[in-house]
Ligand binder design. Structure first.
Ligand code: ADP
Ligand code: MG
Length: 291
């Protein structure tokens, strides 16, 4: 594109809080045929709230006290939701020691003389903990589009905590606009299959890749590129940054982490999913002007 077209394009973007970091970002945006979107914090607000607390063999307050102590040590959005919930009740505050975060699956620590693990099914498997009857309760919560995590105490699943993360108001409209522009949309998330599918259905997304470990997100983008796709990746998290770099155009949500913003070619200052189709339209417009 001509320097003038690029200037006009970046000006149009800037007005809407869409920051193209360089000319290549605008030009490549014109050629995108596939948009891969992270779920949590991108299509959803990334501010989960506890909706369900299911207990097995222990008291509810005890479960919350143990889970809260572990999650207080974690920076994960789900951990923060658990802590907010625990702090809103008068459950005693316990201290965790030996905290260990396992990226993309959960966290472990010792609390009040007990080994506490909180996370997804994969964490329970890797710790050799059978999920038992509570597995079905987790599935129920997940099929409603909520995220559910297991809490295990001393190697036995003691409860399930369900959390809801509201979708952003404009997520569905953004997907519709992308489809109308002939662009394929794929959801890529670390969250579980049932939760992801439920939200994808609500938003009109037909391809879902769920339960993806952070290190594998970039590989999925690369695979699509190997199929001849020109891919834009939209994400907010630290775990999205390798895939933002791998994509032909990396688009970071402005409200996201500094690491993601750093890794991206385009930043959406308003964190509005509708700015994804707008950014691609600006790219197409810029290219048209050079002909
Ligand atoms: P996403 O790609 O949706 O942002 P992550 O890769 O960060 O998700 O996490 C994937 C899954 O790992 C979560 O849905 C949750 O089940 C589990 N998980 C990770 N960290 C924690 C934690 N601190 N507490 C509970 N569950 C966790
Ligand atoms: Mg995210």
């Amino acid at each position: 594109a001509t320097p003038t077209a690029i200037m006009v394009g970046s000006g149009l973007g800037a007005k809407r809080g869409i920051l193209f970091k360089n000319a290549t970002a605008i030009e490549t945006s014109a050629r995108i045929d596939t948009v891969v979107m992270d779920k949590t914090g991108t299509l959803t607000k990334g501010e989960p709230e506890v909706t369900d607390v299911v207990v097995g063999h222990i008291d509810r307050d005890r479960l919350l006290a143990l889970a809260g102590a572990v999650e207080r040590e974690s920076e994960h959005p789900l951990a923060q939701a658990v802590v907010r919930h625990v702090d809103a009740t008068d459950v005693p505050r316990l201290r965790a020691t030996g905290f260990r975060n396992v990226t993309g699956i959960g966290a472990l620590a010792e609390v009040d003389g007990h080994q506490v693990a909180i996370g997804n099914r994969r964490l329970m498997e890797s710790e050799g903990i059978a999920v038992g009857d509570l597995g079905a309760r987790r599935d129920e919560i997940a099929s409603g589009g909520r995220t559910a995590v297991f809490v295990a105490v001393d190697g036995i699943v003691a409860g399930v905590i369900g959390m809801a993360d509201a979708v952003r108001e404009t997520s569905a409209a953004a997907i519709t606009a992308l489809h109308e522009a002939g662009i394929r949309v794929v959801m890529l998330t670390g969250d579980n299959q049932a939760t992801a599918e439920r939200i994808a259905e609500e938003l009109g997304i037909d391809t879902v890749i769920a339960e993806v470990l952070p290190e594998d997100k970039a590989r999925h983008v690369q695979r699509l590129q190997g199929e001849g796709r020109v891919v834009a990746m939209v994400g907010d998290g630290v775990n999205d940054s390798p895939s933002l770099v791998q994509a032909d155009v990396g688009i970071a949500v402005g409200a996201g982490t500094d690491v993601a913003i750093e890794a991206a070619d385009v930043v959406l200052m308003r964190s509005d999913p509708l700015d994804v189709p707008v950014a691609l339209t600006i790219g197409r417009g810029t290219l048209r002007k050079m002909r």
